[in-house]
Design a protein around this ligand. Structure first.
Ligand SMILES: Cc1cc2nc3c(=O)[nH]c(=O)nc-3n(C[C@H](O)[C@H](O)[C@H](O)COP(=O)(O)OP(=O)(O)OC[C@H]3O[C@@H](n4cnc5c(N)ncnc54)[C@H](O)[C@@H]3O)c2cc1C
Length: 434
């Protein structure tokens, strides 16, 4: 039996690894020239850096176990860098109870309500015990309108745009409950994890074929699954698809009409847009993560990677991400890199008055579709099961991660679950919660 796995991101590679470890013949097909999907990296000096900012939390136990099992444990680096919000052109840390109490833009009583509300979410162990509500409604009611307007609304809007008011409370609960201030990073880049995964799959007899874009998925009359790619046609006994549901429906055109109609309106996704700058000098005063809530900025997050990792890892470059989540048809994706830089760089002087464009040694602009599912209250009803109308064809993608915000850890976990489903070790359909 040969199993095809479509996509060499965290999900596809962890699924393929478990299949290969179970003695299955497995072939992974991936469009990009490097593995890693949304967590893929590019070379910067001696190291690799993710196209989009990435770190781990202490609760990412599946990712940590995988890193250790692949011999990369000694490269895992933990720290507690400062995360802050920008309010009236000043960075305010908001990552600890004391920081909340020092957050002077809010009156005392509101600071207490903010701290108490966050503490409550930390204490609630099961999100199903929370009211069925949007995060916005719950936050307003629990922490007050002023806290919502000043702290949460700009963050929800930054992340989800016009969908901010519709985000489900369980998603917000998971952001607070499951995340830690202690953050982890694989020194040298997560790229090492993905290449090591691909190497291990190969060592176990599987194949990871990069640079192969899947253009169609179908079935032959004998039930074999057929996958057309830009590098030829493949035939498999079983297929595990890790693409977004909408892309799967587009590629598998012969799926029954009723199935296609049922899932065509799958969860809305936003795309991600990130400018990465290699600077001569430090930009932010020891802040790793800055949520930009002040109006007028063309980006929602400034992540100074080298305020977490040593600059010496990158040949002395200070690495800064300027990130955005935007609808996938947003005009920013069509702008040239020069246009994007011309629009973004002047705003850095509002963060550091000494900044000049001469600080920029190198710059990269990265874009990805299907980067952030929009987790609304009807979200679970929009997720297809992992089994499909075609026997032996399975579907799991990062939208199936719920209620946690998508992340490498949960895709690794879902990939392992998908492998168990493919091997028949669990009864279909497996639950969507990971
Ligand atoms: C801005 C941003 C910040 C993030 N920050 C963090 C973080 O700090 N920590 C963290 O753990 N996670 C973070 N994540 C999330 C993390 O990157 C994802 O959850 C994870 O990488 C998803 O893996 P996946 O395999 O499920 O999906 P993907 O990585 O999307 O994998 C799908 C794969 O399918 C391939 N593919 C798509 N279409 C085709 C085709 N037609 N033919 C062949 N191949 C195709 C893609 O190239 C891709 O490799 C972040 C994501 C973004 C966008």
């Amino acid at each position: 039996m040969t199993t095809g796995v479509l996509g060499a991101g965290a999900l596809g590679l962890s699924c393929a690894l478990r299949l290969a470890q179970a003695g299955e013949a497995v072939v992974v097909l991936e469009r990009e020239p490097v593995p890693g999907g949304l967590a893929a990296g590019f070379p910067v000096g001696e190291a690799y850096l993710e196209r989009f900012y990435h770190h781990l939390f202490r609760t990412d136990t599946t990712a940590v176990a995988l890193i250790e099992s692949l011999g990369l444990g000694p490269r895992l680096w933990w720290g507690t860098p400062t995360t802050a919000v920008l309010f009236q052109e000043r960075c305010w840390p908001l990552d600890s109870p004391t920081a909340v109490l020092r957050f002077r833009p809010l009156p005392w009583l509101d600071r207490l309500r903010l701290g108490a509300g966050a503490a409550y979410l930390k204490l609630v162990r099961d999100y199903r015990r929370l009211p069925r509500a949007t995060a916005a409604a719950w936050l307003r009611q629990r922490m007050g309108q002023r806290v919502y307007d000043l702290v949460w609304e700009p963050q929800l809007r930054g992340k989800f745009g016009d969908h901010a008011e519709a985000i489900a409370l369980p998603w917000f609960w998971a952001r607070v409950h499951c995340r830690t201030t202690s953050l982890g990073y694989l020194r040298g880049g997560f790229h090492q994890l993905y290449t090591r995964l691909a190497d291990q799959i190969t060592r176990l007899g599987g194949r990871v074929e990069l640079g192969r874009e899947v253009t169609a998925i179908g079935r032959d009359s004998d039930g074999t699954v057929r996958v057309d790619t830009t590098a030829g046609t493949y035939r498999f006994d079983r297929l595990a698809v890790t693409f977004p549901t909408r892309l799967f429906l587009r590629l598998a055109r012969d799926l029954p009409a009723a199935y296609r109609a049922c899932w065509a309106e799958g969860p809305v996704h936003l795309g991600a847009h990130c400018v990465v700058l290699a600077l001569e000098r430090q930009l932010l005063p020891d802040v790793y993560w800055l949520s930009v809530t002040d109006p007028g900025f063309p980006f929602l997050a400034v992540v100074e990677h080298t305020n977490f990792l040593p600059v010496t890892d990158y040949g002395g470059r200070h690495l800064v991400y300027l990130g955005n989540y935007l609808p996938m048809d947003h005009p920013l994706y069509r702008q040239s890199d020069a246009e994007v830089l011309a629009a973004f760089l002047p705003h850095l002087r509002r963060l550091n008055s000494a900044f000049t464009p001469e600080w920029v040694r190198e710059a990269w602009v990265w874009k990805a579709p299907f980067a952030q599912p929009v987790v609304t209250c009807d979200y679970l009803r929009r997720l297809p099961p992992h089994t499909t109308p075609w026997p032996n064809v399975y579907l799991a993608n990062m939208a199936h991660v719920y209620p946690q915000d998508r992340g490498q850890n949960y895709s690794f976990r879902l990939g392992e679950k998908l492998a168990r489903l493919v091997l028949g070790a669990v009864r279909a359909p497996v639950s969507v919660a990971v």
